[in-house]
Design a protein around this ligand. Structure first.
Ligand SMILES: *Cc1c(COP(=O)(O)O)cnc(C)c1O
Length: 411
């Protein structure tokens, strides 16, 4: 008899995006005004790939057309030409030491942050932020590290509350007993950024408690404040206790092209049942080379295009475009009386609302024909917030804000 992994039954179907879709469909049916719907909901980019990436992508495809330059299976951890550029421009140039053989190219940060847990024991205690990017939670539920879902939370999962009081940056409480800790800065959904001191508190915690941090830096390219750390490896001692995830999705419009990477330093350690140190990098090398056959050659060429002088300028312009959208949204929402967080080193605005998230979501949908995301969908601590995404074209953003400001009153 073929039986199923019962842990999948524990998954609380996240109705978030399907609920949103249903409410949007209902609205569209009754919307006779002819006004177009503007989507500032899900976090997908809208601008095309930078020209430098397109050129490199096309060159890569052309090479595949000739026997002399054709590429078959590549290295599972990615081509050296890409790993060398990453090590130089994303790290060395920023004063951080990461070597090319500590970098693993993949087809996405979703897969990386979702898959990494399988190299750790089934009984490690897991801590996740609340509100949270759901991948960290659901992959640990599937692996059986949690109990059932009750009153909005999984049993046996530790929730790190990100609230207005702590500036949406949870710090390790003295009684916290976690082995695997997920952190994401700049944060999705709150847009919060952590300072060096705040990251240091986590690195120190991990060192003292033999824990490990998964640091999701998918939005690193949006950091403009020079005080804000770009990498967890800017913190002393982090190489032993942290894995960093980066992605080209938001930085260079690769959501549909697929390329990302994990950094696992040589010193990064976990422990075996007898308490002896084990190299996390070696474990991941074993896992990655068994279950993954590498990212396509033209895609890795396209990603390397980001690190050319034109590519650097073009990706910066692309990110600046979304940051300007974010600035406009923040200004508009503040003028309408809302309390606005995020949006400065991040494409997301986290907006406090006087009503439950879903009510605010419906109000904005029905009065302004604008789609946002209810904060409660990201966790209990997201209640009374909505997330507005800056990923859209300038005219749509301008129009959306005009409509909200003129039609949706706060009380
Ligand atoms: C968008 C996003 C990613 C990127 O995922 P990809 O699979 O690389 O497209 C990772 N983490 C967070 C928090 C995100 O919002």
């Amino acid at each position: 008899m073929i039986t199923i992994n019962e842990n999948y039954r524990k998954l609380h179907a996240s109705y978030l995006f399907s609920d949103i879709a249903k409410r949007v469909a209902d609205f569209q049916e009754q919307n006779h005004s002819g006004e177009t719907l503007i989507k500032l909901g899900i976090g997908d980019v809208t601008l095309p790939l930078p020209a430098a990436c397109i050129r490199a992508f096309q060159d890569g495809v052309n090479e595949m057309a000739q026997e002399e330059s054709f590429h078959g299976y590549g290295p599972e951890n990615g081509y050296l030409f890409l790993r060398e550029r990453i090590a130089e421009f994303d790290f060395s140039e920023q004063g951080v030491t990461v070597s090319p053989d500590e970098i693993f190219i993949s087809d996405g940060a979703k897969c990386d942050t979702g898959n990494i847990q399988e190299i750790f024991s089934g009984d490690v205690r897991v801590a996740v932020p609340d509100p949270v990017y759901p991948v960290y939670v659901d992959t640990n539920v599937m692996a059986g590290r949690t109990g059932s879902f009750q009153d909005g939370r999984y049993q046996n999962l530790l929730y790190l509350e990100s609230t207005e009081e702590n500036g949406f940056i949870p710090l390790p409480a003295p009684d916290l007993k976690a082995d695997l800790i997920y952190l994401c800065f700049p944060n999705n959904p709150t847009g919060a950024v952590a300072s060096k001191d705040q990251l240091k508190a986590w690195v120190d915690y991990a060192r003292q408690n033999k824990a490990l941090i998964i640091f999701d830096a998918a939005y690193e390219a949006f950091i403009r404040n020079p005080e804000v750390p770009h990498s967890i490896y800017e913190i002393e001692g982090a190489r032993e206790v942290a894995i960093e995830s980066r992605s080209f999705s938001k930085k260079a419009g690769f959501t549909g092209t697929r390329c990302a990477y994990l950094v696992i330093p040589r010193e990064c350690r976990a422990f075996d049942a007898a308490g002896a140190e084990v190299s996390v990098r070696e474990l991941w090398t074993r896992r990655h080379s068994t279950k993954f056959n590498g990212v396509s050659y033209p895609v890795q060429r396209a990603a390397a295009g980001i690190y050319t002088p034109e590519g650097k300028r073009q990706t910066r312009e692309l990110v600046d475009y979304y940051l300007e959208n974010a600035r406009m949204i923040a200004e508009g929402m503040k003028s309408a009386g809302y309390t606005v967080y995020g949006g400065e080193n991040s494409p997301y605005l986290w907006i406090k609302t006087p009503r439950p998230s879903w009510e605010t979501f419906s109000l904005i949908l029905n009065k302004a024909a604008v789609v946002t995301t209810p904060g409660a969908g990201f966790g209990l601590s997201g209640e009374n917030y909505i997330r507005i995404s800056a990923f859209n074209n300038r005219d749509c953003v301008r129009q959306a804000i005009d409509r909200i400001v003129s039609r949706v009153s706060l009380d």
